[in-house]
Design a protein around this ligand. Structure first.
Ligand code: SAM
Length: 292
């Protein structure tokens, strides 16, 4: 098992996702002799997991069952232990697209936080790219490093425990893309510019407040960044339902429909209340003219 390569078989030492339902999943470290409690009873790792195929349906001790899934960055984002606020797949997908990330890309990121975005970046840039991620909280940096090793992506990432606004990313002129998720991104813009390759490269900053966006945009313009754009990505989930609609009465002269009953229709409804705002994504390109 690795977050950047699919394996068929569950092995000792893997991290697997136990799926109890769409709203109830949990990550499990697979260990010989260990047990995990689920809402349907216990799973014994040696008997029920090791040697089975990912995707298998596993019967628990109380007779209910769960699926055991191969981890992906998307499943990790919805099951990871939160040490900070995290980025979710809707924003992550936009960041990946707009920063033009691909296999082989070199990316700088700060802060690492809970590593939600980092795992998605690593899957995209594998097998030859590299992520330099900077986190100033010592325990968060250490925990992220441990998780990258457990998820077998540590060869693709360098974690640095530092203040990115003071010390930068620790690399110069190598990055294809830079991503910032810190409270004062404008203080790191000069370091982002220094980390990016001499010719071009793109950066993105995530901020919950418009005031942060304004200050970041001012710093980007002052540093001669180009093609500035700020987006807010809002996920709107609609529930699909079947409804019956009475046929309209067009009066006595109208041609009678073959069946005067109700017409079954498939429609969607948005939930009454919907959490929407996460933050604004500000994108910019490094000037291609080396003199700027
Ligand atoms: C919101 S979290 C990042 C979440 C991350 N994007 C994710 O998806 O899991 C922000 C992180 O930035 C770190 N941070 C804040 N200011 C920083 C700085 N100047 N240098 C390095 N890290 C910083 C914080 O300690 C925190 O862990």
């Amino acid at each position: 098992m690795s977050f950047v390569e699919y394996s068929e078989e569950i092995r000792d030492g893997d991290m697997a996702i136990v799926y109890q339902g769409h709203e109830s999943m949990m990550p499990v470290k697979v260990r010989h002799g260990a047990q995990t409690q689920t809402r349907y009873g216990a799973i014994r790792h040696s008997a029920d997991l090791i040697g089975k195929r990912y995707g298998a349906k596993v019967t628990c001790s109380k007779g209910g069952w769960v699926y055991v899934l191969h981890p992906t960055p998307e499943l990790w984002t919805v099951t990871l232990p939160h040490r900070t606020q995290i980025l979710y797949t809707t924003d992550i997908a936009t960041i990946t697209l707009m920063l033009e990330l691909k296999p082989g890309s070199v990316v700088c990121e700060s802060g690492t936080g809970s590593g939600s975005l980092s795992h998605a970046i690593l899957r995209t840039i594998a097998p030859t790219g590299h992520l330099h991620t900077v986190e100033f909280h010592q325990q968060r940096a250490q925990k992220a490093e441990e998780e990258f090793a457990e998820h077998r992506v540590d060869h693709l990432v360098t974690v640095t425990n530092a203040d990115v606004c003071e010390d930068g990313f620790g690399v110069t002129g190598v990055a294809d893309a830079v991503f910032l998720d810190i409270p004062a991104p404008w203080e790191a813009v000069r370091h982002a510019k220094a980390a990016l390759k001499a010719h071009g490269g793109r950066m993105c900053s995530f901020s919950p407040c418009m005031e942060q966006v304004q200050r970041t945009r001012q710093a980007l313009l002052a540093a001669n960044f180009e093609e500035l754009s700020t987006l807010e990505v809002v996920l709107r989930v609609h529930e699909v339902r079947s409804v019956s609609m009475p046929l309209p009465d067009f009066g006595p002269d109208a041609e009678a429909p073959p069946d005067r009953g109700a017409a079954p229709l498939r429609t969607t409804t948005p939930p009454r209340e919907m959490p929407a705002h996460t933050g604004y994504l500000t994108f910019a390109a490094k000037p291609r003219d080396r003199r700027l």
